[in-house]
Design a protein around this ligand. Structure first.
Ligand code: ZN
Ligand code: ZN
Length: 458
């Protein structure tokens, strides 16, 4: 009985196996694309995770090194040299000084699409207060000769680590993809100049022109292990405007003998508030912020000039033009009203960052892979925001782009902050912003590698 039963069990097992094999064949022939891609994704993920685990120590060491040694925009000499060394070591063909300290690495691996992965390299003039053992202690003089701290407060050190890690993973699994990798490290993102500089230096002419481009950015309010995305319009047009309000200086006790530029500047600040609230269609997002105002040196002196610095945000080119024209009109009208000389209104074209539009097709395809790999609850959609990112310029050069957000913060801490508004999370650019290295690096490299493999994979 026992024997017989065992035989019949074996028979049943064989039948089950045969049926499973037949079902697999059926599924493959019925839905070739979907099934193949799904099983291919599973295999790719396993391969990526294996290489990631083997290489992780090295990635964390690089992250801490970059975090402790930040460099300001346009000064990324040591950072780009280090990244060049990392890419050369794994077989990339590396070109340095492509637009400032811009760096381009190319890895060809047969016929197939060209995929660009971009990192930025620059840090911010911020004195770090995280108290981390690898916190930056760097001090530098800014262009006005003031001493400033330097900190990777926007997470560009994390972007570089993930970029390098992804390059290592992909270079070590060339049997699983075909095409060309174009890994670029961009300078001066924080001043909105780096992408333009690299494009003007011939990025898309001297090197293979990408069919797709990816980037990621740290998110300061998203749990590690998660990513977020925005399809279509994701970030705003950003302009920097300087206004020099001219008056006529004199004694503070004799205002009638002067034209007071402080009062005039105050009027301009208030008049500017009506630009967004009364002139722009409320359906169109717009921001005019006077972030800096400086004038005078002493209680009893009316100065000659006041200097104002504005950030101006919009999502449409027509709204952008209305805001920039309106700022000039309002400042000049206020000066005329006060009998003052015309103010100087300078829009700095070098610091313009165009709105960022994520290519809908590339983004939805990438998001579908992320959901499969990280889990649907770890991939969240985000509304557009009024921040700026010059990764948009590659999109304006007609390359389909996709920039996604990478979670960096302990999920418990994120939950606490959501419950208790008195304990908000430090934002990007804060002197307390501190991504948790291991889960952030691992999720970043996994997500970026599968995003690239999905468009290049065999
Ligand atoms: Zn930033
Ligand atoms: Zn940034």
């Amino acid at each position: 009985m026992r024997q017989q039963r065992r035989v019949s069990n074996q028979g049943r097992n064989k039948r089950v196996l045969l049926m499973a094999a037949a079902l697999t064949l059926l599924t493959v022939s019925a839905l070739p694309g979907e099934d193949r891609s799904s099983s291919a994704t599973t295999k790719r993920v396993a391969a990526v995770k294996e290489r990631l685990a083997a290489d992780y120590e090295r990635m964390e060491t690089l992250y801490k090194h970059l975090h402790s040694n930040p460099e300001l925009s346009l000064h990324e000499a040591a950072t780009s040299a280090r990244l060049a060394q990392e890419l050369k070591a794994i077989g990339f063909d590396v070109t340095q000084r492509v637009g400032g300290y811009g760096l381009v690495g190319v890895l060809k691996n047969g016929d197939g699409p060209t995929v660009m992965v971009r990192t930025d390299m620059d840090a911010l003039p911020v004195i770090e207060r995280t108290g981390l053992p690898y916190a930056s202690k760097v001090r530098k003089r800014d262009k006005n000769e003031n001493e400033v701290g330097v900190m990777h407060a926007c997470g560009h050190d994390m972007h570089m680590t993930v970029w390098t890690g992804t390059a290592r993973v992909l270079a070590s699994m060339k049997d699983r993809w075909k095409g060309t990798l174009l890994f670029i490290a961009q300078p001066a993102e924080e001043i909105g100049a780096g992408a333009r500089m690299m494009l003007e230096a011939g990025l898309f002419k001297k090197f293979p022109r990408p069919d797709y481009a990816f980037a990621l950015h740290c998110a300061a309010n998203l749990p590690h292990g998660s990513v977020a995305y925005t399809e279509g319009l994701a970030m705003a047009n950003v302009d920097s405007v300087d206004i020099i309000v001219h008056g006529k200086g004199g004694h503070g006790a004799a205002p009638h003998t002067t034209i007071d530029p402080v009062v005039l500047a105050a009027r301009i600040v208030l008049d500017l508030q009506t630009l967004v609230s009364r002139e722009i269609n409320p359906i169109d997002p717009a921001v005019v912020t006077v972030g800096s105002i400086h004038g005078g040196s002493k209680h009893n002196i009316i100065p000659n000039d006041v200097h104002m610095q504005l950030t101006v945000r919009s999502t449409k080119d027509s709204v952008r033009k209305h805001l920039l024209d309106g700022i000039r009109r309002i400042a000049e009208a206020a000066a005329k009203g006060a009998g003052a000389p015309l103010p100087e209104v300078k829009v700095n074209p070098a610091e313009f960052t165009p709105a960022l539009h994520n290519d809908p097709a590339l983004t939805s395809k990438t998001v579908a892979v992320f959901k499969e790999v990280l889990g649907p609850d770890k991939v969240v959609s985000r509304p557009p925001m009024m921040g700026g990112e010059d990764f948009s310029r590659y999109g304006r050069a007609r390359v389909p782009i996709c920039l996604f957000w990478l979670g960096t913060i302990d999920p418990k801490r994120v939950a606490e902050a959501e419950k208790d508004p008195a304990r908000p999370l430090p934002s990007l650019h804060s002197d307390l912003f501190a991504p948790v290295p291991e889960p952030t690096i691992k999720t970043g490299v996994l997500a970026m590698s599968v995003a690239v493999l999905h468009v290049l994979g065999k």
